[in-house]
Write a protein that binds this ligand. Structure first.
Ligand SMILES: Cc1cc2nc3c(=O)[nH]c(=O)nc-3n(C[C@H](O)[C@H](O)[C@H](O)COP(=O)(O)OP(=O)(O)OC[C@H]3O[C@@H](n4cnc5c(N)ncnc54)[C@H](O)[C@@H]3O)c2cc1C
Length: 419
């Protein structure tokens, strides 16, 4: 029998974005439904996809999360401070040309952010969602079709049920069904670049530093793994499609040698300890972020390659902004909420989209002016505190379009986080 349910806010997608949104909006609205086409929202389930990635969350994102989850426990159990970013320029023959270090202390910050394993963050979010009586989860049940009316969105689910909601939030990833069924187009740039990520153990300690090694083809980033020791890291390696294809088909000994060569020996001998996961260098941004009774957030709205740790931090800013408008309205799908969110969120997102694309093209370019900017650029930034601070603010999503500081229930912890 087909069931019909009503709610204030319906969230399509139970990834990190959907889960954070559900907890955020449940503060004000009493009936939230969150569905996911493949997840079963069960903490013990083997259906949780193995996600060995580590996400760098910046201070402003952590301030926000501190009000939603027991963040202090999460950070002390499995987080790692990120207090230094080392930028290395490599020559074509994989020789070190120049190194520039940005230290958080010299910029008056205790850290730039924290590194958290995706799996641990997801588990804490799911636990919080499951214990919240205002949130209903619909496991393994996806959005098939949406019809919007002036007062509500009608959401048709894959199991045949229908939900009528005052607001629909599309957080269903880069191939968002919500976006497609609402007829929202995207701008898409397919770069001839892809990436691989994997975990390694290495000979030299890395401490609280991430190392980004730039060379034509793309950046090679070494990110310390939290919770283990000084000798384990996650690698994100971006290069041309052709090279990534070659690397991912190499036998493990040859691949290890290539990794050693590309890392310039910065962390000594390397042992690969996880399978590789691969993705394509696609930039995608929705043409608009809202529709009658619906909004798009996270990868449904914008998708960037994982350079500069932007994705989830940008998403948390979407949620923060949306929640700010929801706090002022009794009707979550009111056009003031929809227009306010779309108009204030679109430009900063577009800027990040263009800025990250430019930095990425610069980082993998063989074109001489870009190469010169890349080589000269880090030196200029290293010697100029004001430029340094601007660059760091852009990277950390601060400054250009300052969001109002969020001081909620955990003000003391927020202040402590800022150092
Ligand atoms: C290698 C790598 C490293 C990264 N590092 C960082 C970092 O350091 N810092 C950072 O901020 N970001 C980082 N990111 C980006 C970040 O991981 C992503 O932005 C974030 O995980 C995406 O979350 P999401 O919830 O939008 O999408 P997803 O995780 O893709 O979730 C979407 C969910 O929607 C569900 N779904 C799909 N279709 C439907 C449907 N029809 N109905 C219902 N549900 C549906 C899917 O099952 C899925 O669970 C990285 C990304 C990569 C690839």
């Amino acid at each position: 029998m087909i069931r019909k349910q009503y709610c204030d806010i319906f969230i399509s997608g139970g990834g990190l974005a959907g889960l954070i949104t559900a907890i955020s909006v449940a503060d004000k609205f009493s009936k939230i439904i969150c569905c996911d086409s493949s997840l079963d929202f069960d903490l013990d389930s083997s259906d949780l996809p193995p996600d060995k990635r580590v996400t760098a969350l910046f201070n402003s994102s952590l301030d926000y999360l501190a009000n939603l989850i027991p963040l202090e426990t999460l950070l002390s159990n499995c987080g790692k401070r990120l207090s230094e970013i080392q930028i290395v320029e490599a020559g074509e023959n994989c020789k070190l040309i120049q190194t520039t270090s940005f230290k958080s202390h010299s910029m008056g910050r205790e850290q730039f952010g924290w590194l958290i394993p995706n799996e641990n963050l997801r588990k804490v979010l799911i636990a919080e969602v499951l214990q919240n009586p205002r949130i209903t989860t619909l496991p393994k049940n996806g959005v098939e079709k949406v019809i919007t009316r002036t007062k509500e969105a009608h959401v048709f689910l894959s199991n045949g049920d229908r939900v009528i909601s005052r607001l629909l939030i599309g957080a269903d990833g880069m191939n968002s069904r919500v976006r497609a069924t609402l007829g929202i187009n995207t701008n898409r740039i397919n770069l001839p670049q892809s990436g691989i990520t994997f975990n390694v153990r290495h000979q030299l300690p890395i401490s609280h530093k991430s190392i980004e090694i730039y060379k034509s083809g793309g950046p090679f980033t070494i990110i310390p793994l939290p919770g283990e020791n000084e000798y384990s890291s996650n690698i994100i390696w971006m290069d041309s499609d052709r090279n990534i294809d070659i690397y991912s088909h190499m036998d493990s000994d040859r691949f290890t040698l290539e990794v050693m060569k590309r890392s310039l020996g910065m962390v000594g001998d390397i042992e690969i300890v996880s399978p590789l996961s691969k993705w394509s260098g696609t930039y995608q941004m929705a043409n608009k972020l809202s529709h009658e009774r619906a909004v798009l957030i996270a990868e449904a709205a914008h998708n960037l390659p994982p350079i500069g740790a932007q994705g989830l931090n940008l998403t948390i800013n979407d949620i923060k902004m949306l929640n700010g408008y929801l706090a002022k309205s009794e009707d979550p799908g009111d056009c003031k909420v929809l227009n306010g969110y779309c108009s204030t969120r679109y430009l900063p997102t577009l800027l990040k989209f263009v800025g990250t694309n430019f930095l990425n093209v610069m980082s993998f370019s063989n074109i001489l002016p870009f190469k010169l900017i890349r080589k000269g650029g880090t030196k200029v930034f290293a010697n100029n505190r004001q430029l340094q601070s601007m660059l760091i603010k852009f990277g950390l999503g601060e400054g250009l379009f300052d969001l109002k500081p969020f001081h909620g229930k955990n003000k003391v912890f927020n202040d402590r986080l800022r150092g």
